[in-house]
Ligand binder design. Structure first.
Ligand SMILES: [Zn+2]
Length: 68
């Protein structure tokens, strides 16, 4: 998973872990909110990687309120 604040790559969260915590900068938020932050930031920068597309697709189906 990628940190929505410093964009450091962190270990993959287990399915039961609902909260994301960055070991690099200490940023903490729910995993879905963090994922949304990452997607929005990536979209603004105009470069979307395969992994980010996969995450946004997941969010669009689950949340329904994130428009990329
Ligand atoms: Zn971070």
């Amino acid at each position: 998973m990628t940190c929505g604040r410093c964009f450091a790559r962190t270990k993959r969260l287990e399915l039961h872990e609902r909260n994301f915590r960055c070991e690099a900068c200490g940023f903490a938020d729910s995993r879905d909110r963090n994922a949304a932050r990452v997607i929005l930031a990536v979209a603004e920068r105009g470069h979307v990687g395969v992994e980010d597309v996969r995450q946004s697709d997941h969010l669009l189906r689950v949340g329904g309120s994130v428009a990329v």
